[in-house]
Design a binder for this molecule. Structure first.
Ligand SMILES: NC(=O)c1ccc[n+]([C@@H]2O[C@H](COP(=O)([O-])OP(=O)(O)OC[C@H]3O[C@@H](n4cnc5c(N)ncnc54)[C@H](OP(=O)(O)O)[C@@H]3O)[C@@H](O)[C@H]2O)c1
Length: 264
């Protein structure tokens, strides 16, 4: 698919400096799109932008923005109000801890809600409205297999990812007649810097982690195949979990989480 021809030539990646966000940025630029990249750490963001400008000649705008904060959309708009964003990817959202709900201060959990619930809603509302008006565009909201059922030690994360997936599904149906593709991109374990920092076992035999470049390529290839795309061949696993009695689904999800978190 010619992404720029179908959606327009600007993409915004909220969480576009590392991991799958970085891979998507490189691939979208190679496909002829200019980029707006947001993330917190300015270092990786600037390095990636310079690299992409040099490799592709595309325009790349960046801003250090905390997407869990209420002013994130206003910050993003400073870079995007003069261009038509044709592809919105909301990638950021793994900033969670693998920990009991009551072992972590509320403020920390609220950053997960801030990104995955408030952030995704606000960005999809603003950029989706403009796409609807133009009659073309694509929105990718990134979720997780952890959103298929509540998981102990990931209570807020799994709940937030369920919200993200349900939001994307509803928007897929609403926006389809207006020429806007919406995808709930559901990831499973993927080798990203954030996962490594969290100390998750990315080489667990039962949960082999995917390569970010492969996940990004798959996501772009299936951007128009919403409402949901389970990356890395996990559609069967998702159907299995969805088919379980909820008690079994929650138990299995919680045990899976426990098995990939490093024990001291
Ligand atoms: N990796 C996995 O195994 C896995 C599995 C299932 C689902 N997912 C989902 O896939 C997405 C990407 O995950 P990831 O592992 O790459 O980790 P991530 O922590 O979501 O980081 C992805 C990108 O977002 C940025 N980011 C994170 N939090 C941010 C914030 N509050 N404000 C602004 N930018 C922020 C990061 O840069 P900065 O840190 O510099 O801000 C980075 O560029 C997430 O939505 C995650 O839930 C990942």
């Amino acid at each position: 698919m010619d992404l720029a021809a179908r959606y327009g030539d600007w993409a915004l990646i909220a969480g576009g400096s590392e991991g799958v966000g970085e891979s998507l940025a490189r691939q979208l630029a190679a496909a002829g799109m200019n980029l707006v990249l947001l993330a917190r750490k300015p270092g990786p963001l600037e390095a990636l932008a310079a690299d992409i400008r040099q490799a592709t000649g595309r325009e790349v705008r960046t801003a250090s923005v905390d997407l869990s904060r209420p002013d994130a959309l206003a910050q993003a708009r400073k870079l995007t109000d003069d261009v038509a964003i044709g592809v919105l990817v909301f990638m950021a959202g793994a900033g969670h801890r693998v920990e009991d709900f009551h072992a972590v201060p509320l403020d920390e959990w609220m950053t997960t809600v801030g990104c995955n619930v408030h952030g995704q809603t606000a960005f999809a509302h603003h950029y989706g409205e403009a796409m609807k008006r133009r009659g073309k565009g694509a929105i990718m909201l990134v979720g997780s297999m952890a959103g298929l059922a509540g998981s102990a030690k990931l209570a807020v994360y799994s709940a937030a990812k369920a919200y993200s997936a349900t939001l994307a599904e509803a928007l897929w149906y609403e926006l389809k007649p207006h020429g806007v593709d919406v995808l709930a991109l559901t990831l499973s374990a993927t080798k990203t810097p954030a996962m490594a920092r969290m100390g998750l076992d990315m080489d667990h035999p039962d949960f082999p982690a995917a390569d970010p470049d492969d996940v990004a390529a798959e996501a772009l290839a299936h951007l128009a195949d919403g409402p949901v795309w389970y990356a890395s061949g996990n559609a069967g696993r998702a159907a299995y979990v969805r088919g379980l009695p909820r008690r079994d689904a929650v138990t299995e999800m919680s045990q899976g989480t426990a098995s990939i978190s490093h024990k001291d």
